[in-house]
Ligand binder design. Structure first.
Ligand code: CA
Length: 227
């Protein structure tokens, strides 16, 4: 894990950085908030640990600037007192978690691990193949950067197939996965959704092959013998 620690108290910065490094993590330390937005843009940090009370711009303003440039890097805020308004302000500004000083270093390490795991899970919530990308959190699909318009049912069928890319999937399996919100759906309807998806995926480098008498196989166009 690559961590940026923003803390102006030299003793606290030193002990915190040492604890983080003892986990095998790489830690950069800065005492000021101003350089943080640029640092986060240039380096793919896994976590920013951000003190609120800083010389110059404070932790809230630092965080606001980081989020304003579209960065989703997990941020753990350090608040000097257990003030509800500080915590609410931090969370509102886009902090993922906070810790009240003085804190136990073991708790900081545990929080850091949780935030890292959560960020990893968020990354895994994206399915990709060829030029197709499905962001499962935002429920948006793209071919390259171009949004792909899908009906709710087309979305469900594609999500199911894309999650099992390269494997033959029975029509019955798709039916069961999609039938949760529509019991009346038929195998014929699945065929209709698949044919609409094929038309929409034409430019995506993704093919849905029919496996006769059984179901479908979604694969990258280059795997389909197109070379
Ligand atoms: Ca401080």
């Amino acid at each position: 894990m690559h961590i940026l620690l923003v803390e102006d108290d030299p003793a606290l910065a030193d002990s915190t950085a040492r604890a983080l490094r003892s986990q095998g993590w790489v830690v950069d330390v800065t005492a000021r908030g101003e350089p943080v937005p640029l640092s986060v843009r240039q380096d793919p940090y896994d976590l920013v640990i951000l003190d609120i009370g800083l010389p110059g711009i404070d932790g809230f303003e630092t965080l606001r600037r980081v989020r304003a440039q579209g960065s989703a890097t997990p941020v753990l805020m350090l608040t000097a007192r257990d003030a509800v308004e500080d915590r609410v302000r931090g969370l509102d500004a886009g902090a993922d978690d906070y810790l009240v000083k003085p804190f136990a270093l073991t708790e900081l390490l545990a929080r850091a691990r949780v935030l890292h795991r959560r960020a990893q899970a968020r990354i895994d919530a994206t399915l990709r193949l060829g030029r197709l990308k499905m962001d499962l959190d935002a429920r948006r699909a793209f071919v390259d950067a171009q949004p792909l318009e899908l009906s709710a049912r087309e979305w469900s069928v594609l999500e199911y197939l894309l999650g099992r890319a390269g494997k033959v999937v029975a029509k019955e399996q798709i039916l069961q996965a999609v039938a949760g919100w529509d019991e009346a759906i038929s195998e014929n309807a699945i065929e209709v959704y698949v044919s609409r998806l094929r038309a929409k995926l034409d430019a995506a480098g993704v093919r849905i092959r029919t496996v006769r008498g059984f179901g479908y196989l979604l694969e990258g166009a280059e795997d389909a013998g197109g070379r």
